[in-house]
Design a protein around this ligand. Structure first.
Ligand SMILES: C[S@@+](CC[C@H](N)C(=O)[O-])C[C@H]1O[C@@H](n2cnc3c(N)ncnc32)[C@H](O)[C@@H]1O
Length: 283
């Protein structure tokens, strides 16, 4: 039985980091005219009202997007992500937070396609409503891992798969790694972006060790932590990017120090950008 609701966490530091990386990936896809395909296997509700009871419960957005909403000196690389957030908030006030589907939709051109998969019945209902009548977006109320098998390889031959589960199941990391390997087998040139939580270092390191064993040729790992490790707390998160676009690593190295100063708690923060094969580390 699924109980996770993303509305409790919408716009927190992990969302900001994840959606910033997705916005950078989208900008690289936009460099060519040819159509691209996006699959979001764990889509959520699409966008979240920050005044809702769920969002107000712990006000996680207050230490995430709210801190960036009015900054004047954001680096250029972050500007496109913030534009996507502004599109969801036509007024001056920050009222809504766009989930990954809305971030992706912001960047689509008429020739591009987005497929969203969501298993939770409430979220699936909400996201179907959110994109009703949008001919470029298809919503599947279905298991994202099955949707991945059904959709890959896409006819466009270029694009991105985003795998962003809630990690509420014990074997979720195993399922994610299997899906990653499967996605790469079906579509060797596609970009695959996987989000993972960092609560304790040992679990994250074990996950990355198992990822390494898959032997995928081009993998970038990036992490963003806003505080030192603390029991039972989401102190940061990471993204695994298979087939990272050229210069994504450099863009992240430029932008993450700035993001750290904005979102770090008590000056305690860290970030990392590492090519998994080459073993280069920084941060
Ligand atoms: C972390 S949230 C997604 C957030 C969203 N990607 C974003 O960035 O705005 C994970 C979502 O996956 C859904 N979910 C859980 N298991 C799933 C599965 N097997 N297939 C598809 N969706 C699933 C949950 O209901 C939840 O809405």
């Amino acid at each position: 039985m699924l109980s996770y609701r993303h509305a409790y966490h919408a716009g927190n530091h992990a969302d900001v980091f994840k959606h910033l990386v997705l916005a950078l990936l989208m900008q690289s896809l936009l460099k060519k005219e040819k159509p691209f395909f996006i699959l979001d296997t764990h889509a959520g509700a699409g966008r979240y009202h920050l005044g809702s009871e769920m969002a107000r419960k712990n006000r996680e957005f207050a230490s995430g997007i709210e801190r960036l909403w009015e900054v004047a000196n954001a680096p250029e690389a972050i500007g496109q992500y913030l534009d996507a957030v502004r599109t969801t908030n036509p007024g001056r006030e920050l009222r809504w937070y766009p989930g990954s589907p809305r971030i992706f939709r912001h960047f689509l051109r008429p020739q591009d396609r987005l497929v969203l998969s969501e298993l939770h019945p409430n979220e699936a209902r909400e996201i179907s409503r959110e994109f009703a009548g949008d001919r470029q977006v298809r919503v599947e109320a279905a298991d994202g891992y099955q949707t991945l098998k059904a959709q890959l390889p896409p006819k466009e031959r270029r694009g991105l798969v985003h795998i962003d589960p809630a990690y509420e199941l014990k074997d979720e990391r195993r399922r994610v790694l299997e899906a990653l390997a499967d996605a790469h087998r079906r579509w060797a040139t596609g970009i695959v972006a996987v989000w993972y939580p960092i609560q304790d270092r040992a679990t994250a390191d074990d996950f990355l060790r198992r990822l390494k064993k898959l032997g995928l040729p081009e993998v970038l790992v990036t992490e963003f932590c806003v505080m030192p490790e603390e029991a039972f707390r989401l102190t940061g998160s990471g993204m695994i990017i298979v087939n990272p676009p050229w210069q994504l690593d450099e863009q992240l190295r430029q932008v993450l120090p700035w993001l750290s100063t904005q979102l770090g708690v008590g000056g305690q923060n860290s970030w990392r950008v590492e090519g998994l094969v080459s073993g280069k580390t920084q941060g």
